[in-house]
Design a protein around this ligand. Sequence first.
Ligand SMILES: Cc1ncc(COP(=O)(O)O)c(C=O)c1O
Length: 361
Amino acid sequence: MSRPTRAVIDRAAFVYNYRHAKSLAPDARAVAVVKANAYGHGAVALSRALADEADAFGVACIEEAKELRAAGIHNDIVLLEGVFEPDELVDVDVEQFIQVVHAEHQLRWLLDRRPRRPYRVWLKLDSGMHRLGFDNEGFHSAYATLRDCAHVAELVPVTHFACADETDNAYTQRQLEVFRSATQGLANDFSVANSAATLGLPATRGGWIRPGIMLYGASPLGQANPSGDLLRPVMRLESAIIAIRDLAAGEAVGYGRRFICERPMRVGVVAIGYGDGYPRHAEDGTPVAIDGVRSRVVGRVSMDMMTVDLSPVPDAHVGSVVELWGEQILANEVAWHADTIAYELFTGVTRRVPLTYREPA
Ligand SMILES: Cc1ncc(COP(=O)(O)O)c(C=O)c1O
C-alpha cells in the first residue's frame, strides 16, 4: 500500500461555487481567481472544468497565465498584478492577456512598446488598502494617458478592499466611496469585489467580480452568512491511521510531550504532517474526522505524522480514513484552531500530496 495521504478535488463543487458567485451578481461578469495553482487545487484541472462558462480567469503572474494557455484555456485571463518586467508585454500582446496597471513603471513600459493588437488594461486605484494602485491624482493622470493612447482598447478601473471580510467594517464603504468618486463620469466597466464583498456587500456586485476563496468552498467572512453557507468545499485532504497506541492516564504523546492522556486512551497515528501542509500550529482539540466520526488532534503535529484521539471511534483500525479538512471538517475550522486562514491551508498543501480529481457522480 502506498502512503494514503492525498487531496481529493471535487471539480463539480468548484463549478457549483462559480455559478453561485454569479447568481449573487447576475448582472456582473466573474473572473475566477485561480492564482497560486488555484489556491492549491490545481489550476489547469479546475480551469478546464470551468472553461465553457468562465468569463475570465485571474492569475498573479505571466507564468501562471501561460500555463493555462499551454493547457488549451482560451478564456480571457487577467494578470492581477500586471507585468513584472517589460519583456512580458510580448506575451501579453500575443496572448491578449488583460493586464492590471498599478504603478508608473508599468505605465511607462506599456507606452514604450507598440503592440500588434491593442492592449486590454485594468487600471488600479489605491482606494485605501495601500498595497497596489495609483493614488487619486496618479489614477486620473494615468487614466487620461491610457484613454488617449491609440494602442489601448479597453480601460477598466479596479480596486481592492482591505477589510471586506468584516462585513460591518465601515472602511469598505469608505473605499467604495473613494473609488466611486475617482471613477465618476468614466463611462466604463469596473471591478471591485473579491469573495468577501461578493458574499457580504451587495453594493459591490457589479462590473467584474473577482471571486477567489469562495470558489474553493471556504467563506472568508468572519461570521455565518446565508450565501457563504451554501458554498461546497472543493478539497478533501485525507490520510489514514497507520498505527494505534493504547495509553494509560498520564502518558504523553509525541514531540514535547504536549498532550498528556487524561484517562486511558487509544491514540491513532495519521500519515500526514506539516511536511504535507497540515499546520504545525494546530492545537490539541483541532477537529478531524475518522471514518466519518468527529474527533480531535492530540499532541504536536510532526513532519510526516500526527496523532488523534480514537476514543469516539472504537472501531477505528489501521487503515481507517481520516479527513483533515473537507465536507465534514471545514478548512475554516482547522484554520481557526491553527491561528491561520483557509487560504494558507489550501495553498500550503505540499507537492508530496497527490491531487486526485473526483469523477462526477
Ligand atoms: C486583486 C485580487 N482580486 C481578487 C482576489 C480574490 O480574493 P478572494 O480569494 O479573497 O476572493 C485576490 C486575492 O488575493 C486579489 O489579489
